[in-house]
Design a protein around this ligand. Structure first.
Ligand code: ZN
Length: 167
């Protein structure tokens, strides 16, 4: 990564979160996943896939998954977008891999509820775990779409919808 792209990344994160709104640790996790996204590749064995677009920010990705016996055996993504969308996609693939379709759909509901403010992740039992670092985006409506796009796209892939848009 060139020094100027590091600067741009820090600048874009700074405009999303003020230091008091997202701890430095959480920023580090998001920066790390943006820089080294997990499961970032085309999945040759995929039997489901979907494309997602967020025209407001320019995020776009394809989610590939291999669903076998009702479970997500493998999942990956490709695409480009802001740090939030890329980190959210990376962490989504880690969270969903190995889960049953129902568990993946439940996690989608919980994540969506958290970032839209419909679910209080601190008082309602949920399986979000480290995905809670994205709770801060609910203060920023534009960023809610960045964080939820990978989840909408995963949901679409599970349900054989091919293209989703947040608009
Ligand atoms: Zn974005």
């Amino acid at each position: 990564m060139t020094p100027s792209s590091v600067l741009t990344l820090h600048y874009s994160l700074f405009t999303v979160f003020h230091m008091s709104e997202l701890s430095e640790l959480y920023q580090q996790v998001i920066l790390d996943h943006n820089k080294k996204p997990r499961n970032f590749r085309k999945l040759e064995t995929a039997n489901h896939s979907a494309e997602g677009f967020n025209p407001l920010c320019g995020d776009q990705l394809t989610v590939y998954l291999n669903l076998e016996d009702g479970a997500v055996k493998e999942i990956s993504f490709e695409g480009s977008g802001c740090a939030i969308s890329k980190a959210a996609a990376s962490m989504m693939t880690q969270a969903v891999k190995g889960k049953s379709k129902q568990e993946a759909e439940q996690l989608f509901k919980e994540f969506h509820g958290m970032v839209t403010g419909e679910l209080d992740e601190e008082t309602t039992s949920n399986g979000l775990g480290n995905l809670k670092i994205f709770s801060g985006v609910r203060e920023f409506p534009v960023r809610v779409k960045c964080a939820s796009l990978p989840w909408h796209t995963m949901h679409a892939a599970l349900n054989n919808q091919e293209i989703v848009s947040t608009e």
